[in-house]
Write a protein that binds this ligand. Structure first.
Ligand SMILES: C[S@@+](CC[C@H](N)C(=O)[O-])C[C@H]1O[C@@H](n2cnc3c(N)ncnc32)[C@H](O)[C@@H]1O
Length: 318
């Protein structure tokens, strides 16, 4: 029996499925709609990501490693920026908790203005609320806080006003890994001027995939990502989350457990039992490959890694 779906279909997700179609891997049809734009469309989705960040595995295997690296190397960062007047441009700010580390520690050494940029208005509001409670000199609130990374060049030009000519960009929390690395690095680099800094935090491939998968293979990840298949009308009981490490990346996908037909605005998608919908990818490079990518875009690059070599923090200067 084929289930017919037509209610409450999300236009954007449906269109992505239609546009991208499927590819075959052996006999399995893979619908690749792994685009982070689809993960934070609604407040409840964005909040599920923040809940995931609070989960034990995510805290332990990703967040704490990044925070440790930031704290351990803060003095080096301070030395580079001492006496400057900067915009702290938080790319994909989330709820702003990482930016607080910089605001607290750079205080007294650097004059700083905070500018969150995120595709999700929910995240921007969270970050603004959090940062306003700190004693940062100024918080930039304007219509461009809610922007796609594609638009960063325009936004960063608007920020270079008054004394605030220099930017420290943050791209933390493994955000780069969710993108085609050259595309995003090119976009970010284009938005920088000579003397600007970019700080990137990203997971690495330390050749222990079972360890890498631990932070992804849990119910909180499902709670975050299930919104995507469910927003095209699939029922929770008809999908199952799978996680694998393949092609230098963690792939998160839903297997369809029952044939489904989705009809929307005169178009139809047939999902067969066994089809997979790839909803998220997170690239993990070896330290050497990661360094090579950075050096393609920046002459001055420093990389620090966590003791188990599974996380990297890179400070790049243009
Ligand atoms: C993995 S989270 C990291 C959040 C935060 N930087 C941290 O370290 O906790 C990625 C963030 O980037 C935002 N984001 C994802 N895709 C985006 C895009 N194309 N343009 C702008 N922001 C995006 C998300 O809304 C989310 O807040």
């Amino acid at each position: 029996m084929v289930a017919k779906q037509n209610k409450q279909i999300n236009d954007l997700i449906f269109k992505e499925l239609i546009k991208r179609g499927y590819s075959l891997e052996g006999n399995t049809r893979i619908w690749n709609i792994a685009d982070s734009k689809l993960w934070y469309l609604r407040p409840d989705q964005a909040q599920s990501f923040l809940d995931l960040e609070n989960s034990e595995a995510y805290q332990k295997y990703l967040i704490q490693k990044e925070i440790d690296l930031i704290n351990e190397n803060m003095n080096f960062i301070i030395k580079k920026l001492k006496g400057e007047t900067i915009n702290l441009v938080d790319l994909g700010c989330g709820d702003g908790k990482k930016a607080v580390l910089f605001i607290d520690k750079l205080k007294g050494n650097v004059r700083m203005r905070y500018c969150p940029i995120d595709i999700s208005d929910y995240m921007v509001e969270k970050a603004l609320t959090r940062i306003r409670k700190t004693d940062v000199e100024e918080v930039v609130k304007f219509q461009w806080n809610i922007s796609d990374f594609e638009n960063i060049e325009n936004v960063s030009n608007l920020l270079r006003v008054g004394d605030f000519k220099k930017n420290l960009f943050l791209l933390l929390g493994n955000t780069l890994g969710n993108f085609e690395i050259n595309e995003l690095l090119y976009e970010v680099r284009s938005s920088m001027k000579g003397g600007d800094y970019l700080l990137i935090g990203n997971g690495l491939d330390n050749r222990h995939p079972e360890e890498i998968l631990r932070s992804y293979n849990n119910e909180e990840v499902n709670e975050f990502l299930k919104h995507i298949p469910m927003q095209i009308g699939l029922k929770e009981k008809d999908i199952k989350l799978g996680v694998r490490f393949k092609n230098s990346r963690v792939e998160l996908y839903y297997t369809i457990l029952k044939d489904n037909v989705i009809e929307f605005q005169g178009k139809k998608i047939v999902l067969n039992e066994g089809d997979q919908i790839l909803v998220s990818v997170s690239y993990k490079y070896t330290k050497e490959d990661f360094m090579s990518f950075m050096k393609l875009y920046f002459d001055d690059v420093g990389i620090w890694t966590s003791p188990d070599k599974s996380y990297a923090l890179a400070l790049c200067k243009k």
